[in-house]
Design a protein around this ligand. Structure first.
Ligand code: S3P
Length: 173
């Protein structure tokens, strides 16, 4: 395991990457960057607007650019978007430039956390609530091949933040 100076949190929408990232950064006394927030600043637009005005493939290019711009950051925890690892070479980039942690959750817990959040999440906007569980199950199955390449996989369903922190601290010291 390399000496990490960046930690990337990855995982499906709703898995709590931003909350865990903020907590972890403050525990480590590191900086915190939310990739979605960085993208919104770069574009001066909210994520749903970027999707609807410019399209998903434009968003994915922006996402890769935003990620690569973080290359020289040190002592930084970065929470990524749910799709970040699954496009282009983003997962390889993260694996080679920091410690990757997948916050893994079951489709059932994800559904509970994602209900009612489709306004902010363009991928969920078109999904009828009766189809949400099925959508999450199949999208997660599709994306896990990227997520599971992470160096550390954390059980987000029984996520005890203090366990997560002590495990991560061991990996980076
Ligand atoms: C996306 C997840 C979102 C955001 C965008 C696309 C995805 O981030 O990047 O809406 O493809 O899963 P969160 O995982 O923070 O919701």
């Amino acid at each position: 395991m390399q000496q990490a100076s960046k930690i990337y949190l990855i995982g499906f929408m709703g898995s709590g990457k931003s909350t865990a990232g903020r907590n972890l950064a403050s525990q480590l006394n590191w900086s915190f960057i939310d990739l979605d927030e960085k993208i919104q600043k770069m574009e001066e637009m909210k994520i749903p607007e970027i999707f609807s005005i410019k399209g998903e493939s434009y968003f994915r290019k922006l996402e890769t650019r935003a990620l690569q711009e973080l290359k020289s950051e040190t002592d930084t925890v970065i929470s990524t978007g749910g799709g970040t690892p699954c496009f282009g070479d983003n997962m390889d980039f993260m694996l080679s430039s920091g410690l990757t942690i997948y916050i893994k959750m079951t489709p059932v817990s994800l559904k509970k956390r994602l209900e009612g959040s489709s306004e902010d999440r363009p991928l969920l906007r078109e999904i009828d609530s009766k189809d949400l569980q099925e959508y999450i199950t199949s999208k997660l199955a599709e994306r896990e091949k990227w997520y599971c390449r992470a160096e550390i996989i954390i059980d987000g369903d029984n996520n005890d933040l203090s366990d997560l922190l002590s495990l991560i601290k061991k990996q980076i010291r």
